[in-house]
Write a protein of this length. Structure first.
Length: 305
């Protein structure tokens, strides 16, 4: 057995968490590099008023590349690269802890797909406090359409952090943490249910892992994209614009209708499939390599009973 399944017991739990942490960090890098261009398009589509700047995701891609170059698609990647590695590592470690805790509570090793879903909720709560400030910085940088040398533009992640802290302290840096949790926690549970179900049905080949990871990622984002739209608007709004992210919901509905809450789902759906497929393949491969180098009781993302 490989993947997210873990066998509980003494020092074995620590080894499970350690390898999940390392594999999660490497898979986080793979996820970020594969998904960043899609994410930039998604953020720009979500921020604009209806059709104000871009007619479609394809139009946004075309205008971004022609006006700012291909590098613009990777704007703001420095900060999430710093936060994505630890957040992804902590995420998979959190799932591992969620599984081993349930095994201890229920007194059995075999875990159902629903147990993996519960562990997914657990994993997302581990990750939120690392991810939220990085998300805020990333969104602010992605929305810049001018050159960094222009007045008022951020020169980079460090400049965003400096100016944000000066504007409102640490609280401003963590603006949007709750709505980030509302985006990620429910979807994370569904992610592991879908992934685990597909692997148990069709096996553990690299192709199945890639497709299952992609399908799980799309399911997660379908659940999470309305909260993500609200998060983007809230995190990129000037200080004092909203007292709470909840103010955005009725305002957005009145101005643009229900469809506004799924704005950017095209690029985010593609990103979710492509990036999560690569992420899970990287994770499972790292676990297998680790097991060959340090043979111990099987651990990983899923159980093959």
């Amino acid at each position: 057995s490989s993947g997210i399944n873990a066998e509980y017991g003494g020092g074995q739990e620590e080894k499970t968490g350690a390898r999940a942490f390392v594999a999660g960090g490497l898979s986080g890098i793979a996820f970020l590099v594969a998904g960043q261009p899609f994410d930039t398009i998604k953020v720009r589509m979500q921020k604009q008023a209806r059709g104000a700047l871009y007619k479609s995701s394809r139009d946004c891609l075309y205008k971004t590349v022609t006006k700012e170059g291909v590098r613009a698609l990777f704007k703001g990647m420095g900060t999430p690269l710093c936060t994505c590695i630890p957040s992804s590592a902590v995420y998979f470690m959190g799932h591992s802890h969620g599984i081993t805790t349930q095994q201890w509570l229920f007194g059995r090793q075999e875990m159902s797909v629903w147990n993996h879903g519960i562990a997914g909720f657990w994993a997302a709560t581990y990750m939120i406090f690392i991810l939220a400030p990085g998300e805020r910085i990333k969104c602010l940088l992605q929305l810049q359409t001018g050159k960094r040398t222009e007045r008022g533009q951020f020169s980079g992640p460090t400049d965003v952090i400096r100016r944000t802290l000066r504007e409102g302290g640490v609280r401003q840096l963590y603006k949007g943490t709750l709505v980030t949790g509302l985006r990620d926690v429910p979807g994370s549970g569904l992610f592991f249910v879908v992934y685990e179900s597909m692997l148990r049905r069709w096996g553990e080949s690299p192709a199945v892992i890639g497709v299952a990871g992609g399908a799980a990622g799309m399911a997660m984002w379908f659940v999470g994209v309305p909260a993500d739209v609200v998060k983007t608007k809230y995190q990129t709004a000037p200080a004092g614009t909203y007292r709470s992210f909840l103010q955005i919901v009725p305002e957005l509905y009145r101005s643009e209708g229900m469809g506004a809450f799924f704005k950017g789902f095209g690029p985010s759906g593609l990103r979710a499939f492509f990036a999560n497929g690569i992420c899970l393949m990287t994770y499972e491969l790292t676990i297998k390599v680790w097991q060959r180098l340090y043979p111990t009781t099987a651990v990983g993302l899923h159980a093959a009973y």
